[in-house]
Design a protein. Sequence first.
Length: 33
Amino acid sequence: MPAGISPSIAPVEVDVAFGRLPNRYTRTSPATP
């Protein structure tokens, strides 16, 4: 896991951070930088 991601982060947010979800979802997710 990247150092910037907390182990307590939600699994869905982790998926977004890793770019495994559609871009249209990541654009609206608070997990994006």
